[in-house]
Design a protein around this ligand. Structure first.
Ligand SMILES: NC(=O)c1ccc[n+]([C@@H]2O[C@H](COP(=O)([O-])OP(=O)(O)OC[C@H]3O[C@@H](n4cnc5c(N)ncnc54)[C@H](OP(=O)(O)O)[C@@H]3O)[C@@H](O)[C@H]2O)c1
Length: 366
């Protein structure tokens, strides 16, 4: 295998070529976010990675210092608002970006529901959240997005609590599973968890959000949506050879964007005060790379942490969309760094088609 690291200019679309060649999402994302200039290193053997990687890192650090102004220009904090009496559900809130989002929203006074799959990890997270936020209004409700039965059970359990719902953060996700895996319902796993599970969950909670309006839905997507090659005829990659870990991650993250667009369109048509966004959190040091193998996994474990932002920084845009009044100017939009950002492939026609397909697949229609 040949490892090539190319350091590229921020506004140069060849950033995506880097991804294809280097196959290291964290490095690529960091380089693009930090306007690093262009240079190549090539290595043909694992032993030589050791010279290749430090070379890239030296330049990256130099560029990092040079671009400090730009980094400082990124969102550093979100002004708190009073959320007393509000209720928020955050999926995947037991770790990473979701955990910090839950903590900050709880600190602002909201009743927070940690919607995650593993009881042991989730209950430990709830204890940590209570301690760090100073709020006791945090609870765990089990949700496995890889099972429609679990999503339905979650919605039922939430309804039994007779609570309003003001904020839904669709944050949970998996990235780049090396081999095609399937959910309990036989769907491709990345699409199943990242999109279809959240699509069903959101729809089962829509009446609650409408009744509690003004309310908000935040879909945590990714710049990785730019790798999408969506084939709605074979969305679950059933055709032989159709599965690609990154392409399918891209499809699932594009779906998060299309879903928010379509939700907003419907809310506007119905004239209900519910707002939806999708967003890129940044390139963040979390457990998301846990499934990466080969050179990508190697880079992720070794140099990845040096380039990545903290989960606190990663949660800023989610929190901004979930609580800030300024975010309402960008309803339905894809956000990054607490402001609107550009998307690839996202258009209204595709959003409508995906919605119909998702209704069929999740059994919402019929
Ligand atoms: N980190 C980044 O650089 C980055 C960049 C762009 C976008 N994102 C997006 O940010 C979101 C949060 O990711 P993260 O970086 O915080 O990753 P993370 O630390 O791996 O957290 C992912 C969360 O999703 C949960 N999850 C996974 N499968 C689930 C399932 N079947 N049912 C319910 N929950 C499930 C995980 O639960 P367990 O702990 O039980 O596995 C965990 O709580 C994801 O949507 C990701 O695509 C992250």
């Amino acid at each position: 295998m040949i490892l090539q690291i190319r350091v590229v200019a921020r506004h140069d679309t060849s950033g995506l070529k880097t991804f294809a060649t280097c196959r290291c999402s964290y490095l690529e994302g960091w380089l693009r976010e930090n306007r690093v200039s262009s240079q190549w290193w090539t290595s043909s053997t694992p032993e030589k990675y050791n010279t290749c990687i430090p070379n890239a890192m030296t330049l990256s650090r130099r560029q990092n210092n040079r671009n400090q102004k730009h980094i400082m220009g990124a969102a550093q904090s979100v002004e708190p608002v009073d959320l007393k009496g509000k209720v928020a559900i955050i999926t995947g809130a037991n770790t990473g970006i979701g955990l910090i989002t839950a903590k900050e929203i709880a600190k602002m006074g909201a009743h927070v529901i940690v919607a995650s799959r593993d009881p042991e990890r989730s209950l430990a997270a709830v204890e940590k959240l209570k301690e760090e936020s100073g709020s006791q209004q945090i609870e765990f409700l089990q949700l496995d997005l890889a099972s429609f039965a679990s999503v339905r059970d979650f919605a039922k359990a939430f309804h039994e609590k007779n609570l309003p719902l003001h904020i839904l953060v669709n944050n949970a996700g998996v990235m780049a599973l090396p081999q095609r895996q399937t959910t309990k319902d036989g769907l491709e796993m990345q699409m199943g968890i990242n999109h279809f599970g959240h699509f069903l969950l959101t729809n089962l909670l829509l009446d609650d959000l409408k009744k509690s309006a003004p309310s908000r839905i935040v879909n945590v997507s990714s710049e990785g949506h730019k790798m999408a090659k969506m084939n709605l005829e074979d969305i679950n990659c059933e055709k032989p050879g159709s599965y690609g870990p990154w392409r399918v991650y891209g499809n699932s993250k594009l779906s998060n964007i299309l879903f928010a667009m379509q939700l907003q369109k419907q809310f506007d048509q119905e004239k209900v005060d519910v707002s939806a966004w999708s967003l890129h959190p940044g390139t963040i040091r979390t457990e998301l790379g846990r499934n990466l193998e080969g050179i990508t996994g190697y880079l992720n474990r070794t140099i990845g942490p040096l380039f990545l932002k903290t989960p606190e920084q990663g949660a800023l845009t989610s929190i901004f969309c979930a609580v800030r009044p300024e975010a309402l100017q960008s309803r339905g939009k894809y956000m990054s760094n607490c402001r609107e950002a550009g998307t690839w492939h996202a258009n209204e026609e595709l959003a409508e088609k995906l919605w119909k397909l998702s209704e069929d697949i999740t059994g919402l229609k019929g």
